[in-house]
Design a protein around this ligand. Structure first.
Ligand code: PLP
Length: 296
């Protein structure tokens, strides 16, 4: 694998919505960094790819579901930068829009079923895959862990470098969707207490988000439930909110992360969580490719 000196630029834009009630929100558009490699998943991958390269690996093996934004970004990066990728998939063979892209990007796929996928945290899970692909570097689900968090730290610099384009001298806090909490942990590490980081949890409390984050950073963040009954659970109020917000702001959203995070923000503003004049950075974490699985 060659070096990865591609550091895409995420634009920062003001969000115009009538429910902000005097709170100012700027969106860091990770959905806009590239036509194919989108969202927080690229930033989470950068340190893993550097580690793979340092380890002398030829390519990368990782795992995810049939709509996985992580596998999508990894497969697109493999195609772009010319290294082989292998994806271990949850469930049984199916051709979702995401899976068709993975194949088109040249990712080699293995379907693990549901039981096989559940075993992914077992100590010996990687042994047979390492035997089959000794030259590939294993990256955990979603590109998580300390390496994933470190790759997101650069987002703090990108925001600070663009504040003047908004006429802002500073901001008060971050607001973003959390799945594993890795992106949140990376921002929190980089902020080192300078600004609070709020994670709108797209998964229920018992999914170990707090433990994941604690393993990386101990303070400087707060988790808020945004899951609406479960990961990937979509209800009419959420969809109505998503469509109305897209129409009013021009910001494209998907239901599982970004729309849930914004809806949770709206509810917090209604509850008086942030006084007027508060300046928030909302991270658009991407994921729009996964939305095709819902509209299809
Ligand atoms: C994966 C993902 C997240 C969650 O990121 P974590 O680092 O796991 O918390 C949020 N939004 C989108 C669109 C994602 O694809």
């Amino acid at each position: 694998m060659g070096p990865f000196d591609w550091l895409p630029h995420a634009p920062l834009e003001l969000l115009q919505l009538d429910w902000l009630n005097g709170v100012e929100v700027a969106v860091l558009r990770l959905d806009c960094i590239d036509p194919l490699i989108s969202g927080n998943k690229w930033f989470k991958l950068t340190q893993h790819l550097a580690d793979a390269q340092a380890a002398g690996a030829r390519g990368v093996i990782s795992l995810g579901g049939a709509h996985s934004n992580h596998l999508h970004a990894l497969a697109a990066a493999g195609k772009r930068f010319g290294f082989p990728t292998v994806g271990l998939l949850r469930g049984h063979p199916q051709d979702t829009p995401t899976v068709l892209d993975l194949k088109a990007f040249g990712m080699q796929l293995h379907w693990l079923g549901y039981g096989g996928y559940r075993a992914r945290h077992a100590a010996d899970f990687w042994l047979p895959w390492h035997a089959q692909y000794p030259q590939l570097y294993p990256v955990p689900e979603g590109g998580g862990g300390m390496a994933g968090a470190l790759g997101c730290a650069v987002l703090v610099d990108q925001v600070r470098a663009q504040l003047n384009t908004l006429g802002w001298a500073d901001y008060d806090a971050w607001w973003l969707a959390a799945g594993t909490g890795t992106t949140l942990a990376g921002l929190t590490l980089a902020e080192a207490g300078a600004h609070a980081v709020f994670g709108a949890m797209a998964v229920p409390d018992d999914h170990g988000v707090a433990q994941n984050v604690q393993a990386i950073v101990q303070q400087g963040y707060e988790l808020v439930d945004a899951s609406r009954g479960g990961f990937a659970k979509v209800d009419p109020l959420l969809l109505e909110f998503m469509h109305a917000t897209e129409q009013a702001s021009g910001l494209p959203l998907e239901p599982l992360y970004t729309a849930k995070a914004l809806l949770a923000l709206k509810q917090q503003l209604e509850a008086g969580r942030f006084p007027p004049g508060t300046r928030l950075i909302f991270v658009h974490t991407g994921g729009l490719q996964g939305r095709r699985g819902f509209t299809a």
